[in-house]
Design a protein around this ligand. Structure first.
Ligand code: ATP
Length: 290
């Protein structure tokens, strides 16, 4: 039995549109399935957790964007039930990182092949991080994008608009960053990204070396840079060449603690989860993916 969890608001309604061809294909292939529609933010986690307790369930398939993957993975991490993904969002960074086809039927074909592999996740408070967490400037951008009506019209380009908007008013902070027990005290910190995959915000390659199969988290901290220089540096994140700039400090670690002189907004996989202080801990090989 496949449980298909669909977020009807993802991708400006794309999630809804692709359900009918998916159902047609599942019926044609005589694959037993159930469709579950999410009714509110957070519902997908609950549905996935319930599904994971049913012995007849072989996999849970998320249909939506990275927010839906995040929620379904939160319900499945630590269990043996694999996560399948049919992309229907605007960013689709999880799909990009795993080479999951954009075409729904091709993505389904891959799921039905049934070749699961295991990936790392990380714990951030109560949440399981699958893709990337962003603290500070990134958190503010994610907050702006999630609340903005522009996402509906601009898709992933809403993140670019968000960067420009937030840049004008963001104040860099003093940060105490502890990576595997080693403390770094940094002034003028704009952002700290903690990555399990290279991308966030719809293809921005914030930590080009990040991999969810290497047993370590990648960190990109940007500090001591003026507003105009940060704006000039920004386009380089799409190629991942920002890492060569002296304002970008790249690190790796398994346990990361962050404190700041002022609360900084945190997003986990694009969802706002709170403010600093926070702790992110690697959970190696904790999620099965199809
Ligand atoms: N029925 C619902 N009504 C309102 N919001 C929902 C519902 N179901 C899920 N959500 C919320 O919708 C939000 C957006 O979902 P998701 O990230 O999957 O799509 P997206 O924003 O289009 O894609 P992406 O994150 O890849 O850009 C998530 O925060 C999720 O919690």
């Amino acid at each position: 039995m496949f449980i298909v969890i669909v977020n009807p608001v993802s991708g400006n309604g794309k999630g809804v549109k692709i359900v009918s061809p998916l159902e047609k294909e599942l019926k044609r292939k005589q694959v037993p399935y159930e469709i579950r529609w999410t009714q509110y933010p957070g519902h997908a986690s609950k549905l996935a957790e319930e599904a994971s307790r049913r012995p007849e369930v072989k996999a849970v398939v998320a249909v939506g964007g990275d927010g839906t993957v995040h929620e379904v993975a939160n319900g499945l991490a630590g269990t043996d039930i694999p996560l399948g993904y049919v992309p229907a969002g605007s960013g689709n960074d999880f799909a990009r990182a795993h080479g999951i086809p954009r075409h729904p039927l091709k993505a389904l074909e891959r799921i039905l092949k049934g070749e699961p592999f295991t990936v790392d996740t990380a714990a951030c408070g109560e949440r399981v991080l699958v893709n990337t967490a962003g603290i500070g400037f990134d958190g503010e951008v994610a907050k702006w994008v999630n609340q903005s009506r522009w996402k509906k019209w601009l898709g992933k380009f809403a993140y670019v608009l968000g960067v420009i908007r937030v840049l004008r008013r963001f104040t860099p902070r003093k940060v105490w960053l502890t990576v595997d027990g080693q403390e770094h005290v940094m002034d003028g910190v704009w952002l700290i990204a903690i990555a399990n995959i290279p991308y966030y915000g719809g293809g921005m390659k914030i930590c080009p070396e990040a991999s969810n199969q290497d047993g370590i988290l990648d960190i990109c901290l940007v500090h001591n840079i003026s507003r105009p220089l940060l704006l000039a540096l920004f386009p380089r994140v799409f190629q991942g060449t920002h890492v060569r700039h002296p304002a970008a400090k790249m690190m790796k670690g398994k346990e990361i603690r962050i404190q700041s002189d002022h609360p900084m907004v945190i997003h986990v996989d694009g969802e706002i989860v709170g403010e600093t202080p926070c702790k992110v801990t690697l959970r190696p090989q904790s999620l099965r993916v199809l």
